[in-house]
Design a protein around this ligand. Sequence first.
Ligand SMILES: [Zn+2]
Length: 632
Amino acid sequence: MNPVRSAVSAVFFLVISFTAVPASAQVDFSGEWAPRFWEDQPERVPGPELGDYLGIPISEAARLRADAWDASIQTLPEWQCRPHSADYIWRGPSNLRISKEVDPVSREITAFHAEWLRSVDRAIYLDGRPHPPADALHTWAGFSTAKWDGDMLTVTVTHLKEGYLRRNGLPRSDKATLTEHWMRNGDILTVMTIINDPVYLTEPFVRTTDYELDLRQQVPPYPCGVVQEVDRKKGEVPNFLPGTNPYTTEFATRHKIAADATRGGADTMYPDFLAKGRTQPIARPEAPRPGEADLQVRLLPVRGNVYMLLGAGGNITVSVGRDGVLMVDAGRAQMTDQVLAAIRQLQNDLDLRDTPLGSGAETRSSVASRHTEPPAKPIRYIVNTSADPDHAGGNEKVRMAGRTFTGGNVAGNIADAGEGAAILAHENVLQRLLEPEAGEQKAPPDAQPTDTYYTDSMKLSHFFNGEGIQLIHQPSAHTQGDSLVWFRGSDVIAAGDIYSTVSYPVIDARHGGTINGVIDGLNRILDLSVAEFRTEGGTLVVPGHGRLSDSADVAYYRDMVTIIRDRVQAMIDKGMTLDQVKAARPTADYEPRYGATSGAWTTDMFVEAVYVTLGGGKKPAPKPASPPARRK
Ligand SMILES: [Zn+2]
């Protein structure tokens, strides 16, 4: 070989190899990965034993909640097709496929997709996109972005739905965030997961899990259909009342481990625990400190032309389109200017120029518009989910900013009927506004509902912005006048204060609210909802307060409220007084998530409302003179 040419090609080869090296290291994680069960085999195949909380830095609230967990809860229709969340699924028994998305021009990897046997699509974005706003929908996979740290991929996951730390009832809250480190050494993939959960962990929970490349592997399809697995009464949620779970000590006994250690907690992870045992008393679950009052209007797209307006008091659900604006609730009175400005912005952003084709050219000219925009249509309807000032306070000003033509089947001159927006509500809302309590002012005429109903439901008599809208009365729930509002085309339900992601349900017992009505309302939302896939998405639910949700979020909330109801009912059945019930802390395991010690709706107020509306304290404790007759 010519030595000169050989040297030239060597230089050329070097140049090629250098230019082929990307600016930052990029390891290829795509491929078929098989779990090998070298570690934690019980976790990855059959599932952990009941009562085994060993070595996990759980909070007392998590411990209490896991002790109340009954495995039968998995048979509820809402949980039969639930997949593992992003943090747990690495530990599940399933094969893993990672595929990559590549930009066709730059040829950079823009995303990885991870897929397991029973999973949702989990995208991990590398294209620099931001995470969604905090109030956006949470999912099983969460929302993941990643960056390279040398050859390691570091992934940040937010927007996780509630999940579990283990398959034995140890919960992981929807306030948790997850960091992952993906590392590849030849054919071995190691993933470190670090979970931070302010509700159910006291320290970060770190796990590593290994997979091995397996070129012959397939991830098969995994269909899942919901069936009636167990014949139980509607609304029943399996759970163990505090102190009645017979399985919590089974693991310690079987393996001859100190019971204290199996109860978990950060201190059990350190060597001194072996010598000294638990030296710190287990901390009581406390409610988080209340944050700043949230009065700053924010818009969040929900679906189609339905939006959510947060920060004006109660959440406002808005339909904006060719027919004008329909609002579910009007927010607080002092927020109306901000609310109207946000809605005006939405209307201005609508593209009303392109009228759909379909009319004959003789009646609608396609050249007539000259591409100028018609003015946005006004606010036509306000629906009140209740009479509360954080939902109906803005009625008067919003009504006067709008205009509608409504009412019965009128004949003759109705020129004066088009005055302000119509206000729709259950008739008990009108009643409540007309009969204020001592210290409250009677609502001015323009703040009062113009169209009320007293039956089970009321439909708008015609489509609005392309869909039917239905008000559904939920008796004796948050108040006596609650309506759920169902956008039947967009498939969105505005729940009002029957559902919240930031507090226990507010039960206004003085105005007809009851705990069982709230539970019925939550089950009604679940009855109306259809999930898109694997128990997430599909019907979207706007809570009275808090972030956008779907039926799985409502189901978790329904479980929580039902379990607390069951506990308080059992205490009432034992003849306990309200003070005794409060001291027994029937909400302890949910306290760091939903509790409050100050503000408008404290835990004590919630427990009292549950107690009173279940009939607690009405009759003295039963004192049978002789043992009760045995029931057949
Ligand atoms: Zn409210």
